[in-house]
Design a protein around this ligand. Structure first.
Ligand SMILES: Cc1cc2nc3c(=O)[nH]c(=O)nc-3n(C[C@H](O)[C@H](O)[C@H](O)COP(=O)(O)OP(=O)(O)OC[C@H]3O[C@@H](n4cnc5c(N)ncnc54)[C@H](O)[C@@H]3O)c2cc1C
Length: 396
């Protein structure tokens, strides 16, 4: 069976890998001219660790790990109010791994590039489904017929728009925006993360074992903002305006955005859909069930979703109706458990008012004197671990 996958990031490359292993013939179309670099450090937890391990990637992921040792919350004067070790700060337990998003995408691409057709710089323009397949016309004018089409093209999925309807029906704005980009390491951080919390405005910066520079991330409460998704200068103005009144190192970090090669800006949103397939078209990863960067589980969901979708299609002997239905049955409880993490986490990451910041800062500065602090830290990580392991992976 020929399967066209739209999007060559985490979900698309992983799906291509597993479909190939099960004897399907995948083709991946990616709008960007190459695998997209950039993005934050991401965690691979629980069931997703098992997926990358079954792909033989675990050792490489460990070699490429960020090795961030810990993080501190700083106040406006730059004083470190509280510090935590890296795993507690990142919500990791046991073997959970942290890697830069771009490095993971490259590893997944490297694993598949010799066996899978990648069509870069192109995109699906139209889909028309007949009884025996889907006729696809690409933006480039290229045409093709595929047995199945899978959208792995992220939060603003074009495949979802073509097959299921407009984005507004499925995308839920959580009321925040996020920006991430590379900056010079002017604070000379050595595998350490600093988090500054202003009212409705959080800013972080960290360096990893692999970076000579650093990364900056901005997370701010905003409500919906109208802007052009391809107009980077406009997005940078929105970000600069949102942080115009903030102190600490914020102005210096923002200075870096104009020259950043990997500026990423988006709303913090989730995707909620009743079905992830219609006819011969299905969705996987963020396009189907984005949990938002605040969940910390978007990449793990994409890895597990791709594994399960390919496995269930194989188990159904290529009967796409049965395969898609089984994929939904297996994945839905896991998706729901992980989507719940997003809204709760973002409320902890972005403070509403100066009063709340003062209260939290006081509590954090006292935390080191509390007798049960290790138990409290373990508890904070426990619910993430529970969601990350809320699926028993079949062997297919
Ligand atoms: C450059 C970048 C940086 C990111 N940074 C972060 C981050 O810092 N923190 C975080 O939590 N999440 C980040 N994300 C999102 C994160 O990768 C996903 O939440 C998660 O890994 C699920 O991946 P996905 O493959 O489903 O979707 P995505 O990673 O969003 O990938 C979608 C892919 O589809 C491609 N695409 C989009 N539209 C089309 C189209 N019409 N035709 C063909 N291809 C298309 C995109 O170029 C992209 O390669 C980032 C995504 C990208 C693309």
């Amino acid at each position: 069976m020929n399967v066209l996958i739209s999007g060559a990031s985490i979900a698309g490359t992983t799906l291509a890998y597993w479909l190939r292993r099960h004897g399907f013939t995948p083709t991946v179309v990616e709008r960007a001219p190459d695998i997209r670099e950039g993005g934050y450090k991401i965690d691979i937890r629980g069931a997703a660790l098992e997926v990358v391990s079954r792909m033989g990637l675990l050792d490489e992921i460990r070699r490429e790990r960020t090795d961030v040792q810990g993080g501190s919350i700083v106040n406006a004067a730059g004083r470190r109010v509280a510090s935590m070790d890296g795993d507690t700060f990142g919500g990791r337990v046991d073997e959970d791994a942290e890697i830069l998003r771009g490095d993971l995408a490259q590893l997944l691409y490297g694993l598949t590039r010799d066996e899978v057709d990648y069509l870069f710089d192109d995109s699906i323009a139209t889909l028309s489904e007949g009884p025996d397949g889907v006729d696809v016309v690409f933006d480039s004018g290229r045409r093709g017929r595929f047995d199945l089409v899978v959208g792995a093209d992220g939060l603003h999925s074009a495949t979802r728009g073509l097959a299921f309807g407009p984005e507004q029906r499925f995308v839920r704005d959580l009321g925040y925006h996020v920006a991430i980009f590379s900056v010079p390491n002017h604070l000379n951080l050595d595998r350490w993360e600093l988090t500054y919390v202003g009212a409705g405005r959080t800013a972080l910066t960290y360096s990893t074992a692999k970076d000579t520079g650093a990364k900056a991330m901005f997370l701010f409460s905003s409500g919906p903002i109208a802007y052009d998704h391809r107009d980077r200068a406009q997005q940078q103005r929105i970000l600069a305006d949102a942080y115009a009144a903030e102190g600490w190192e914020v102005p210096r970090l923002l200075e870096g955005m104009a020259a950043a090669p990997d500026f990423y800006f988006d709303s913090l949103s989730q995707v909620h859909m009743d079905h992830w397939s219609t006819g011969r078209v299905a969705l996987v990863g963020d396009s189907a069930y984005c949990a938002s960067p605040a969940s910390g589980q978007g990449t793990s969901l994409a890895l597990v979703g791709a594994y399960v979708l390919a496995g269930e299609l194989a188990a159904a002997g290529g009967d796409h109706r049965a395969g898609f239905a089984a994929y939904e049955r297996e994945m839905r409880p896991f998706v729901e458990a992980n989507q719940q993490l997003g809204p709760a986490n973002v409320k902890r990451m972005v403070m509403r008012s100066k009063g709340q910041i003062r209260f939290v800062m006081t509590m954090l500065s006292l935390m080191r004197y509390l007798p049960g602090k290790d138990r409290m830290a373990a508890k904070a990580v426990e619910h993430i671990h529970r969601a990350a392991t809320a699926i028993a992976l079949k062997s297919y």
